[in-house]
Design a protein around this ligand. Structure first.
Ligand SMILES: Nc1nc2c(ncn2[C@@H]2O[C@H](COP(=O)(O)OP(=O)(O)OP(=O)(O)O)[C@@H](O)[C@H]2O)c(=O)[nH]1
Length: 825
């Protein structure tokens, strides 16, 4: 990517540099007073005419362009020769040698010009003939004078502004002051006696050796009388310069002499080079270039213009710019651009252009005014870069940035933007907007069961179904994971939102095929409505999320509208979560111990450790007030570990004080199924130095009723360590005798609701003897909890219960009195 980027940067830089050359050239050609530049097409019609042409021929560009060249510049007496020269350019595609012409101007006057003709080619075919002309009338007059000078020849030789060098054989025998000046030599001695080859580089720019070419020219001059050619010289100061040479052979006193009239044409050559380069840039530039006259009519276009727009040059030259004609922008917009260019010289920006077939495409346009020497705008240059591809890439990039890669739905970024817009519209038009937050139920199970790929297919299918449930003005977005949010714009009321939520649930719950399988899903949806539940993005989203959370809490597969009470509940819960996270660190937990009494002896044989939270604001909280939150936010493991350690340490302390009691600790299901349970128990016992038989772990029926191998292994591992195991809240679950038999347990704890029944509902208390019978058959001890009255104790005693706990024996406290023995009736 990087390398490609660098390469294209280089290309762009080169392209810009080339365009800069072109621009400077067009500007230079336009303003140069010395070189008249014009071009004509195959029919001899003038297509380009610079300001110097105006000065030389007396015809302004606006009158010259479009007229036959022959009507502007006549070549009296040499019409046929001139026509042959032009014809050879068209036929051969080659530039002929420059030559002098006497031309007649439209006003009847005559001038001498020195003309060079060049083909302007495209695709290997000559399209125009470009002509550069220099006014040499003054020099011609000098030459005429020279011819008729006779005796005054020497004087004219001395005064000539052209360099004249007399040569015998190869040797220079005389030079005039102009020659000394041209060759940067201080006096005749510097040249006389030497050869012109001494003032030439070894090789000419054409690649020919100077010596070889010089010999050929000398021979031809000798046979033809004279030769005109171009030559690269090197001055005495070592500088190279281009010259035009007229070498004439003369016989004086039977000696063959030659005199060379040499004129520096470096300036013209440089202009030619720039012209060639500019023509190449113009033709080969990847961007479309148009040269426009001061009325914005096309004077010339390059190949890229035709490639990009499909217009042939003939179709547009002399017309106004095609994109202007297409009426893609308001006329006022074009006028603004023109005003800007006239005022500042340049304008660039993004506009639309049209191809010949009518297709509209985006371009980056740069329009530059070209001024003459009097700073008047004579023409314009427009460069049009087709940015269709760039726009497409931009569009793709934008799409990627705003859409979810999996479902192609708007992502959170675009969703937020759309919601802002929907809310702004609702505010203006006093309408309502609903935000529907949807989370799939137990989606993790799909991933876990069928694999992530299957999960992806499900998410895509859900996305498609959601889109089908809403109108075009609504937005369905995926926020990530299995969460989707829908904006229902301009809804009549809550009923309408409920209707959509109903159809969404219906759509999601239709079975879908993933690979070979059928999957059935459900979703929980929370809805908030603007303005009643909030009128800004954050509030509406938060409230829809809160409502969705409640839908989940209430059993999933439902939708819920937001209500302030829900919010209060959630706020409270979040606050509790935050406080809970700090509670361990701040040592805010404490354990109270409730004695467990042996019914026969009345002695305290154990204690149940009960966790309390000393909440900084709300005082002492009981487990049911915070344990569900701790479980939900993943803090239960850490809290459970602390309880185990603390309880074991305390049991060890009591034993050291001579009160060896068993400490019962409740295990949460997260703890019980966690693979660190055994390590955790071992650590707690080891760090307290407590024998395992003094630790009783209380688990619920629910945790063991599956009877699966993993649960059996955990129970066995604990029992093998010697730790006791009690099934808490016994009688409320559905464990069967056969399941219980699989485990090596210690004790069953009769749930307090049955103990309550002894006094309140004696008929139902019959379950207690049944539980005790089960325990006996499994050789387990039985303990009853929640014993508050003598009557309850008596009932338990009568039915052979082993132990009890409850207010009758003693409240839970930090420092229970373990020494007392209760007297039972
Ligand atoms: N296949 C797939 N799964 C994803 C993608 N992004 C997130 N998930 C999974 O989606 C699941 C989202 O689970 P949750 O919403 O937290 O929980 P859930 O199982 O849906 O349970 P509830 O939301 O409580 O009903 C997680 O298991 C993520 O790993 C995804 O692009 N493709």
């Amino acid at each position: 990517m990087g390398a490609e980027g660098d390469a294209s940067d280089d290309r762009d830089a080169a392209g810009l540099a080339a365009l800069e050359v072109l621009y400077r050239f067009v500007a230079a050609v336009e303003v140069t007073p010395d070189v008249a530049v014009h071009s004509s097409d195959r029919n001899g019609i003038v297509r380009y005419w610079n300001r110097a042409c105006h000065l030389l021929f007396g015809v302004p560009a606006c009158d010259a362009v479009g007229r036959p060249l022959a009507s502007l510049v006549a070549h009296p007496e040499r019409e046929a020769e001139f026509a042959a020269v032009i014809d050879s350019v068209w036929r051969t595609g080659k530039a002929p040698l420059a030559r002098d012409w006497c031309v007649r101007l439209p006003d009847g006057s005559e001038r001498w010009v020195y003309s060079s003709h060049f083909p302007v080619s495209r695709g290997g075919q000559t399209r125009q003939v470009l002509c550069m002309e220099i006014d040499i009338t003054g020099r011609k007059i000098d030459e005429q004078v020279l011819l008729h000078a006779g005796a005054n020849f020497r004087q004219l030789f001395e005064r000539s502004t052209d360099a004249i060098v007399l040569v015998r054989g190869r040797e220079i025998v005389d030079v005039n002051p102009a020659a000394l000046q041209l060759f940067r030599c201080d006096g005749n001695d510097a040249m006389v006696g030497r050869s012109l080859l001494d003032f030439s580089p070894p090789v000419q720019p054409s690649g020919e050796a100077s010596m070889v070419r010089d010999a050929a020219l000398a021979a031809r001059t000798f046979s033809d009388g004279n030769q005109r050619y171009e030559w690269m010289y090197q001055s005495g100061a070592g500088e190279s310069f281009w010259a035009e040479v007229l070498l004439t052979s003369v016989a004086v006193d039977h000696q063959h002499l030659a005199f060379a009239v040499i004129r520096d044409i470096s300036l013209r050559k440089a202009t030619e080079r720039t012209l060639t380069m500019a023509a190449q840039v113009f033709e080969n530039c990847r961007d479309a270039i148009l040269i426009l006259d001061s009325s914005y009519r096309v004077v010339a276009v390059n190949r890229a213009f035709s490639d990009v727009t499909g217009y042939a040059p003939e179709g547009v030259i002399g017309q106004e710019m095609p994109s202007l004609r297409a009426g893609l922008h308001e006329p006022a917009f074009h006028q603004q651009i023109r005003d800007h260019v006239d005022a500042h010289g340049h304008w660039e920006g993004e506009v639309f252009s049209a191809r010949r077939g009518g297709e509209v495409f985006p371009v980056w346009a740069a329009l530059t005014a070209i001024h003459d020497s009097a700073n008047r705008i004579t023409s314009y240059m427009a460069i049009l870069s087709d940015i269709t591809d760039r726009k497409q890439v931009e569009e793709q990039t934008r799409h990627l940035a705003e859409h979810d890669f999996l479902t192609d739905l708007p992502n959170r970024v675009l969703f937020l933007d759309r919601l802002q817009q929907a809310l702004a519209t609702a505010r203006r038009q006093h309408t309502r907007v609903a935000v529907m937050f949807l989370d799939l139920d137990r989606f993790k199970a799909i991933n876990d069961t069928y694999g992530h790929q299957a999960g992806d297919i499900v998410l895509k299918e859900v996305a498609a179904r959601l889109v089908r449930c809403v109108r075009g003005v609504d937005t369905v977005s995926r926020q990530g994971g299995d969460e989707f949010v829908v904006i229902l714009a301009d809804i009549g009321g809550a009923d309408q939102a409920a209707h959509v939520a109903g159809s969404v649930m219906q759509a999601v719950s239709q079975p879908m095929t993933v690979g070979q399988r059928q999957v059935t899903l459900s979703a929980s949806i929370g809805i908030s409505i603007c303005p009643s539940d909030g009128d800004d993005v954050d509030t509406l989203l938060k409230h829809a999320d809160v409502a969705m959370y409640h839908a989940k809490q209430n059993g999933r597969n439902a939708f819920q509208f937001f209500s302030p009470e829900m919010n209060a509940h959630v706020v409270e819960r979040v606050q509790m979560e935050n406080k809970l996270r700090q509670a361990l660190e701040n040592r805010e937990f404490l354990l109270e111990y409730q004695p467990e009494i042996d019914i026969t002896s009345g002695r305290t044989i154990g204690v149940e450790a009960l966790i309390r939270w000393r909440h900084p604001q709300r005082g002492i909280l009981r487990p049911d007030q915070f344990i569900p939150v701790a479980e939900a936010c993943g803090l239960m493991l850490a809290i459970g570990e602390w309880v185990l350690r603390e309880a074991c340490a305390r049991a060890r302390a009591w034993r050291d004080q001579g009160c060896p009691v068993v400490v019962a600790v409740n295990l949460s299901s997260v703890q019980f199924t966690h693979d660190k349970l055994l390590d955790c128990v071992d650590d707690a016992l080891a760090s307290a130095g407590l024998a395992p038989q003094f630790l009783d772990l209380e688990i619920t029926e629910g945790m063991i009723q599956t009877g699966d191998a993993a649960t059996i292994a955990t129970v066995n591992a604990l029992r093998q360590r010697g730790v006791l195991l009690t099934v808490d809240d016994f009688g409320t679950g559905y464990s069967s005798l056969s399941t219980l038999r699989r485990y090596s347990l210690t004790k069953l704890k009769i749930d307090r609701s049955f103990v309550d029944d002894i006094t309140r509902n004696p008929a139902d208390a019959a379950i207690i003897p049944a539980i005790i019978a089960v325990a006996r058959s499994l050789k387990l001890r039985v303990i009853a909890e929640g014993v508050e009255t003598a009557e309850q104790l008596h009932f338990l005693q009568q039915h052979g219960c082993d132990e009890y706990q409850g207010h009758y024996a003693g409240m839970a406290s930090i420092n229970p009195d373990l020494g007392i023995t209760r007297r039972h009736p």
